[in-house]
Unconditional design. Structure first.
Length: 354
C-alpha cells in the first residue's frame, strides 16, 4: 500500500536543523556549548523554589522588563524578554523580513542565524569574516541591497571571538539606511575586556534602527531556564511583541533573571575568573603555535581547516568535548580543572598541524 505523504512547505526539507553541541559524557569536560561552568547561585535557586507553576505566567514579564529598563535607562516599552535570545532573533526576522527579503550576517557566526532565516523562508546573505575572524563590515556594507531588511552583527563573534570596535560600528551605522534594522547580538558582552569594543546600550540613543540583544544564558548561568531580552525603539519592540509566541517566558525564568540581577556582583566575580582563564588558555595556545583570533567571549577558536574532525576527536579522546564547526574548533572556557588537560591536548595536535 502506498503511503500518502502530507504536503509540507517544499523548502523545509532543505533546512538544516539546529545541532546542539555534544552533551556531556561521563568523565569529560563539556566545552561545546559556551555555557557557564559554575552551578547556579544558592540565592537564585532559593528565589525560584516556591513558584506555583500550575498557573500561566504574566505575559508581559513586567517585573523583569521594568527592572531592565531602569538598568539601561530606557522606557519599559523599549524592552522585551523572550525564552532565550535565540527566540528573539526569530521574532526579529519574522517582524522585519518577508519571503523575498534578505537577512545579512557575517559567516562564520552563530549557528542559529542560518537556521532561523531558512525556517522563516527568508534569504540569508552570508559575508565571509576577515582573516582575523572579525566581521568584514566594509564587505557587509557592500552586500546590502534594497532587499536587505535586517543585518545581524555579533560582538564578540561566536565562534571566532573578536569584537566589533566602537569606531567600526559607528562607521557602519552611519553608512546603512536608517530604515534598515540592525541587531547587535551581545550574547557574550559581559566577558568583553577590550576597551575599544562597541557597547550596544550606549549606542541605542544615537541609532533608531538598532536593537541590542542580550542573554542570561552565558555570564548569568541561566542557559537551562531560557531567558534573553532585546532593547530598541518602542515601535520595533512593539513589532516583536506582536509576533511573539504567547506566554513563552516562564515565571521561573523571569524570577531567576531578577534574582541574578540581585546577585550580580557574585556572578560578575565568576565572569572575571572565566575571563582570566580564557586569557590564560589563549596565551598558552599562542605559545604552542596556534593562530587563535582575539578571544573576547567565553570561548577560543582554533582554525583547524580540513583537520577539524580529527582535532575534535583528539580532544574528545582526552576527555574534552569541543565543538567542531566547519573549518575550526570552538572550545568553551570551562572548569579550572579542564585548562591543564586542554593545553596538554592542544599541544599534542599542533605540531602535526603546522
Ligand atoms: C551569538 C549568540 N546569540 C544568541 C545565542 C542564543 O542564546 P540564548 O537563546 O541561550 O539566549 C547564542 C547561544 O549560543 C549565541 O552564541
Amino acid at each position: 500500500m502506498s503511503e500518502a505523504r502530507v504536503r509540507l512547505r517544499p523548502d523545509v526539507a532543505s533546512i538544516v536543523p539546529y545541532r546542539q553541541g555534544r552533551l556531556a559524557a561521563e568523565d569529560a569536560f563539556k566545552l561545546s556549548s559556551n555555557e557557564n561552568p559554575y552551578p547556579p547561585l544558592p540565592g537564585v535557586v532559593e528565589a525560584i523554589r516556591s513558584i506555583d507553576f500550575n498557573r500561566y505566567p504574566e505575559a508581559s514579564t513586567s517585573r523583569l522588563r521594568d527592572r531592565l529598563a531602569q538598568r539601561w535607562g530606557v522606557g519599559p516599552e523599549q524592552v522585551i524578554a523572550g525564552p532565550g535570545s535565540v527566540t528573539l532573533l526569530a521574532y526579529l526576522i519574522w517582524a522585519s523580513c518577508t519571503q523575498q527579503e534578505d537577512v545579512l550576517y557575517a559567516w562564520r557566526s552563530f549557528e542559529g542565524y542560518p537556521m532561523l532565516a531558512s525556517s522563516a523562508g527568508v534569504r540569508a546573505i552570508q559575508v565571509p569574516n576577515r582573516p582575523d575572524g572579525g566581521h568584514d563590515l566594509a564587505a557587509m556594507l557592500a552586500a546590502i541591497t534594497p532587499a536587505t531588511r535586517l543585518v545581524l552583527l555579533c560582538s564578540p563573534n561566536n565562534p571566532t571571538g573578536p569584537v566589533i570596535t566602537r569606531a567600526e560600528f559607528v562607521a557602519f551605522m552611519a553608512a546603512v539606511p536608517r530604515t534598515m534594522l540592525v541587531v547587535l547580538d551581545e550574547a557574550y558582552a559581559e566577558f568583553v575586556t577590550d576597551p575599544d569594543a562597541v557597547r550596544g546600550a550606549e549606542e541605542l540613543p544615537r541609532h533608531p534602527n538598532l536593537v541590542v540583544l542580550r542573554t542570561f544564558s552565558k555570564a548569568y548561568g541561566l542557559a537551562g531556564l531560557r531567558m534573553g531580552y532585546a532593547i530598541g525603539q518602542e515601535h520595533v519592540i512593539d513589532a516583536l511583541r506582536a509576533v511573539a509566541l504567547p506566554l513563552a517566558v516562564t515565571e521561573v525564568a523571569e524570577t531567576a533573571a531578577l534574582a541574578s540581577l540581585d546577585h550580580e556582583p557574585a556572578l560578575l566575580e565568576r565572569v572575571a575568573h572565566i575571563v582570566e582563564r580564557r586569557d590564560r588558555v589563549r596565551a598558552g595556545l599562542l605559545e604552542q603555535g596556534w593562530r587563535v583570533p582575539a578571544a573576547q567571549g567565553n570561548f577560543v577558536w582554533l582554525p583547524t581547516g580540513e583537520r577539524t574532525a580529527e582535532v575534535a576527536a583528539h580532544f574528545e579522546r582526552a576527555g574534552l568535548i569541543v565543538r567542531p564547526l566547519g573549518d575550526g574548533v570552538r572550545i568553551s572556557i570551562g572548569e579550572e580543572e579542564s585548562v591543564e588537560k586542554l593545553l596538554r591536548s592542544s599541544g599534542e595536535v599542533v605540531a602535526p598541524l603546522s
